[in-house]
Every structure is written in C-alpha cells, then in structure tokens.
Design a protein around this ligand. Sequence first.
Ligand SMILES: Cc1cc2nc3c(=O)[nH]c(=O)nc-3n(C[C@H](O)[C@H](O)[C@H](O)COP(=O)(O)OP(=O)(O)OC[C@H]3O[C@@H](n4cnc5c(N)ncnc54)[C@H](O)[C@@H]3O)c2cc1C
Length: 379
Amino acid sequence: MHNQPLDNIMKEGSNPCTGCAACAVACPQKCIEMKLDSEGFLAPLVREQSCTECGICEEVCYKYLNTDTIKSRESFIDSRVLAVVNNYFQQIKTVSSAGVATSLALHYQAQGYSVCGCVFDVSSDACFHVVASTEREIDRMKGSKYLQSNTLSAFSELIISEKPAIVFGTPCQIYGIREVIRNRAVENRFILVDLFCRGIPSFHLWTSYKSFIKRKFGLEEPCTVDFRDKSRGWHGYGMRITDSGDGEYVQSLYNDLFFYFYLKSSVISSACYKCKFRNDLSAADIRLGDFWGSKYIDYDEGVSLVALLTKKGEEAFDAISSKLRYEECTLDDIYESQRIGAIPVPKDRMNIISSLANGDSLESVFISHRQNQLADDQT
Ligand SMILES: Cc1cc2nc3c(=O)[nH]c(=O)nc-3n(C[C@H](O)[C@H](O)[C@H](O)COP(=O)(O)OP(=O)(O)OC[C@H]3O[C@@H](n4cnc5c(N)ncnc54)[C@H](O)[C@@H]3O)c2cc1C
C-alpha cells in the first residue's frame, strides 16, 4: 500500500483531462483504463498495484502541457485556408460538410494505409474509434457524432502496427496520439487530421435524451442514429433516429433538446471550456470544419473549411484535390465561421449534470434551466 499518491496521470495538472486516452495507450504496464466519471466523461483510472511510476503517461498528457511553449511552434495562423465543395461525391447527404474526411480516408485506404476514425455503435450505445480495413467501415465513420469517442483500443492497435496510418479525431485526441507517436519516434508514418470542435457533451445528456425520445415519440431502442441528418439541408441539419420498427424521429438542430443543451455548451467537459486548441493551436497536419458564416449561406450541400497546417497536410490535400472544387480563403474567414476562444462555464452546469445523472427527465431539466435563466435575466 502507498501512503503518498503515486506519481502518475492521476496527479493534478495545469489543464483538465480531455479523456483522449493517450496516457492509457502509452502506458507500458497497460494499467490505465478509461472509465466514465461522475460528470459523464471518459477519464483514466490507474490500477495502482501495477503502476511503476515510469512517468510516460505524464509525458504524453495534455494536463501537463504548457501552451506558452508551443504557441509559436504549432499555431495555424500562417496556414493555407480553403473552402471546399465536393461535386463528385455521390453521397454528400451522408457526410457532415463536404466529406473531405471521407475522401482522405478512402484515398489513403487505397494506398494501403490504416484509417482510424470514430463510429457510433447502437448496440453498445457508445462512440469509439476503430481502425477500418474495409470501405464499409469507413462508411460508418461518416458524419459527426456529438459524443465523446473512446480511442483507447484503436490507438493502441495503431501503435503496435507497422502500417502507415491516417487518423481523424477531435483536436485533443489528435494531440494525444501525436504525443504518443513522438514518444515512440514513429511520427513519420502518420497523417493526423483534427476537427474544429465546440466541445464534447456529457454522456448523461445522451442517456437522458434517449429516454426522452422513446417516452415522448414512442420509439423503441434506436437502430440508427444520425447526428447530422441533412434532409433539411446542411445549414438546417439535425437529429435522425430510427428504431427497428417504423419508429422515426427527425428534428432540426433548432428544435431538438439534445442540440439545445449541446449548442449552449451547457454540459460540455471541463476541458472543453478552456480548450487550448479552440484558438489557433493544432497538433494535426490538416484541420477540417464546416464553413459556417455568411460566405456560403446559399450553398446547402455542405462546404468544408480546410486548414492545411503542415507540408504533409498540403500533400495529403493535393492527393485528393482533383476530385474537389475549392477556393483560397483567409484567417478572417475562420474567425467568422467558428466559435474561437474560451467558452464561459454556465452557472447552472453542475445542477444540470447532477439532475441528468440522477435520472431526472430531460423536460424537467430544461424547465428548471429556463427558470434559472429567467431569474438571472431579472437580476
Ligand atoms: C464533437 C464535434 C464537434 C465539432 N465542432 C465543430 C465546430 O464547432 N465547428 C466546425 O466547423 N466543425 C465542427 N466539427 C467538425 C464537423 O462537424 C465535421 O466533422 C467536419 O467538417 C468534417 O466534415 P466532413 O464532411 O469532411 O466529415 P465526414 O466525411 O462526414 O467524416 C466525419 C469525420 O469525423 C470524425 N468524427 C465523427 N465524430 C467524431 C467524434 N465524436 N470524435 C472524433 N472524431 C469524430 C470521423 O472519424 C470522420 O473522420 C465538430 C465535430 C465533432 C465530432
């Protein structure tokens, strides 16, 4: 038994944990698991009897990152910024914006690369990363899932493989894998692609929302879930859930309770509010997003915002560019299109999370949240 806390990832850092799983992937003892914490986010748990305090988990972790030291080195301020549409893509309705991620995935799979990205599995009701070996598996990666993805198993698989790989993920996940591959000196065989990201909501929101949909709209257990249904177009995207019978729920983001709480950033992870990667930092070769804002307001198929951050990123984009249409843009376009900088933590965040964790209905959580807001507005 140890009297002192062990010197490992459970130690306080200057940043909150993002749940990226880099620590667990890097651990030579394999004594770190990723578990849901009380707020509904993935966090590491160390089996202390196996920990040798080697310190590798801390070396790859964002918690101990001092961003002052990387600001000038990894800023995307000087990168090439593009607006991209995908005229040749048959399945534009099934991708989030213009399907640049899918185009890269398909191209590199054909070149013999492992492709690693996020899928949502309805049977286990979980989001996780997989390493795709077929086109069908790449199909499952299409579309943004607004849930935290567990990267542990897929990232571990990539590290022991000798194949080159292209990896897609949120900026914190890509930072995590980048630190692991640097630590192992295998950076050369990886292409890293991250996403503009407004944060990851608590799983408690998803669980409560699912019960709400079943209760209110009479759906059975979901059979398919699409967080980026484009049947109303790209700008009016929304949720589409079907069950194994003829039950279907389709709603635009403007009238949906999951998106209400998500887009208000009511219950995103503590790490997301102050995310260092929402400004101008990235550990990726390419960053992808939706080109929101006024510039492409009339184009409703989906326009991707693409920032080419490294030479490798430029080459990767060149490899698929003959199948795309694009124009050069500016950094100001990024600032108009994206939510940049820290997000204030709402006063009632912990109340909402506790109510959701206690199993209160989503409607009642919504009503008390609105009452709190009204009370705040009047003071
Ligand atoms: C949680 C989240 C928040 C986002 N926030 C913003 C934002 O604020 N502004 C913005 O412009 N864009 C944001 N995006 C990115 C945007 O939604 C699209 O993913 C991006 O434009 C790429 O579109 P695409 O058509 O090229 O992707 P597709 O070709 O549809 O492929 C989707 C890609 O996203 C990856 N992915 C999907 N879900 C997840 C997940 N949960 N975790 C990690 N990777 C995932 C898949 O692996 C795949 O590579 C966000 C995405 C996510 C997942």
